[in-house]
Design a binder for this molecule. Structure first.
Ligand code: GTP
Length: 323
């Protein structure tokens, strides 16, 4: 099977960071979001196809320099085509069935088991579903006793939500679904196509472990906590020269001498954390500089951002504006 990864969104909810970096390259628990998503793929996947658009060059460059386990091919959109248009644009040569992955979901999920379930049930698709309290930002599924999806409602008002099981952004589909997507124009696969596939048997696959959509600053930091707690953030130990509790992931070339780490922190490449600076529950991106004695908590500090010595940054997303 191949995997089609949707990676062309603008990532508006993570601005201003996504003005300079596509969200999939934001490091969480030590590696870019995209690589945590790819880690879910079974090792025998034949090819990963990136349906790319926004900042595709940066993603291609990173993938070339840090090759994943699978061959990777990029199919670019000139204009954003939405999830449906992006899938249709990348349809040539797709396997039957194929994995469909959003590039911003952090989860523990057994994709091979999802593929087996699709085959056993002779279904056109199987969608991973996550249980959430607030269904408003998501597509919500109604399920029958056998977990067949009987209705799928995108971003309903709470009173109209048929359950608390939402589209987790990980699925297995027969190739034929790609033919159902209008070509040459933007479209939403979830809104315009999925509801019309239900009569061809679509099953839900309820995720029992953790899941989050790392598309907002708060949820991205929550996803980082999930990854560290699951041991997917590397050893997480505080490096020599720094003190504190961790877990922390410090990437190549960063200088953290004298820094004090609380829990759940990633420090990007070549970043400098000044002596006595305290960092907790945050992501400091590449080439950033945190001045001596500064305090950074619950924040995303974008690439090359300078936080002045002695200042305090709380629950903030810092980055350069649009160029
Ligand atoms: P926001 O602007 O913050 O909503 O983020 P987003 O643009 O990534 O949108 P959203 O989180 O809803 O996207 C879900 C998934 O679809 C992500 O993996 C996106 O990269 C992807 N996606 C969204 N729009 C497009 C698009 O136009 N083309 C492609 N190829 N992928 C898209």
């Amino acid at each position: 099977m191949k995997a089609l990864v949707l990676i062309g969104g603008l990532g508006t909810r993570l601005r201003p960071i996504t003005y300079s970096v596509p969200k999939q390259l934001i490091p969480i628990a030590g590696q870019p979001m995209l690589y945590h998503v790819l880690d879910l793929l079974p090792s025998d996947v034949e090819e990963v196809v990136l349906a790319s658009g926004y900042k595709a060059e940066a993603i291609d460059r990173y993938v070339r320099d840090h090759p994943p386990r699978w061959p990777v091919r990029t199919v670019r959109e000139v204009e954003p085509l939405g999830t449906g248009g992006g899938m249709r644009n990348a349809a040539d040569g797709m396997s039957d069935p194929f994995f469909l992955l959003n590039s911003d979901v952090i989860a523990r999920a057994d994709l091979a088991a999802m593929a087996r379930r699709r085959a056993e049930r002779d279904a056109i698709g199987v969608m991973a579903l996550a249980s959430v309290d607030d269904t408003r930002p998501f597509g919500v599924a109604a399920l029958d006793a056998e977990d067949r999806i009987t209705a799928f409602v995108e971003k309903p008002e709470p009173k109209d939500a048929p359950s608390h099981w939402i589209n987790a952004g990980l699925a297995v589909w027969r190739r034929s679904v790609l033919d159902r997507i209008p070509s040459g124009r933007p479209s939403s696969f979830e809104r315009e196509v999925v509801p019309h596939l239900l009569d061809r048997r679509v099953f839900g696959f309820r995720l029992a472990a953790y899941w989050d959509d790392a598309g907002t600053p708060e949820r991205l930091l929550h996803a980082q906590r999930l990854l560290f707690d699951d041991g997917r953030g590397g050893p997480g130990t505080v490096p020599p020269g720094a003190t504190g509790t961790g877990p922390v992931a410090v990437l190549e070339g960063a200088n953290v001498d004298g820094a004090v780490f609380g829990s759940y922190v990633t420090v990007g490449r070549r970043s400098r954390i000044g002596a006595g600076a305290r960092i907790e529950n945050s992501v400091i991106m590449d080439d950033a500089e945190i001045g001596e004695g500064a305090i950074v908590t619950g924040s995303l500090v974008g690439p090359s951002v300078r936080v002045l010595a002695g200042s305090r940054v709380e629950n903030a997303t810092l980055g350069a504006g649009p160029s």
